[in-house]
Design a protein around this ligand. Structure first.
Ligand code: GRF
Length: 190
């Protein structure tokens, strides 16, 4: 039986897209489900395009019930992949998937992480600090935002005249390149 990935995303889902593309013809690994807290998230359209089932949940279901855990178990999910998912992962999910929930962050953690540090806020903070280097971090998820053990980091150089858009683009390129491969490596060990 194929190893099965569930992707959680709250927004556009460009990483989810790359992951679905990467595993589309893989005979050992598949994206089995895309979940979102946001019924308007573009990632749901992307999932439809790949004929990947979707599940939408609200705050009550996520934090006060086992609905999401039950869905993941029913589909025999092996690895939970967060890709632009903005809510903290609750204990019931962490307990069911120890070291099997990963996240990607658009900076070199522990720098520029934590609650509220997402999207353009991260890139703006990096720009404001005048850093010469940034990158991406793929890490295990725990009960705190952006604090689990680091699995992989990749770096890029920031030129003095790089705009926010350029920094964002450089980070996205690295995310799209590395996240699917890291997922594949992890799943080989599960
Ligand atoms: C990425 O930058 C990722 O690092 C962060 O959220 C963003 C998601 O982008 N966690 P997308 O929805 O995959 O385009």
């Amino acid at each position: 039986m194929k190893k099965r990935i569930a992707i959680f995303a709250s927004g556009s889902g460009s990483n989810a897209q790359k992951i679905m593309e990467y595993f589309k013809y893989n005979d050992q690994i598949e994206v089995a489900l895309v979940l979102s807290n946001n019924p308007d998230a573009y990632v749901l359209q992307r999932a439809d395009n790949f004929e990947v089932p979707t599940h939408i949940f609200d705050r009550h279901a996520f934090y006060k019930t086992d609905e999401v855990v039950d869905v993941l178990e029913r589909l025999h999910i092996d690895l939970v992949v967060l890709a632009g998912f903005l809510w903290l992962i609750p204990q019931n999910l962490l307990r069911k998937y120890p070291n099997k929930i990963i996240n990607i962050h658009p900076a070199l953690l522990p720098a520029y992480g934590g609650k509220g540090m997402y999207g353009d806020r991260v890139h703006q903070a990096i720009l404001d600090a005048g850093d010469e280097e940034s990158g991406i971090t793929i890490h295990f998820v725990n009960e705190h935002f952006d604090e689990g053990e680091v699995i992989y980091q990749a770096r890029f150089h920031i030129q003095p005249d790089d705009s926010l858009e350029v920094i964002k683009f450089k980070g996205q390129q690295l995310e799209h390149l590395h996240y699917p491969k890291i997922i594949e490596n992890l799943l080989k060990k599960i």
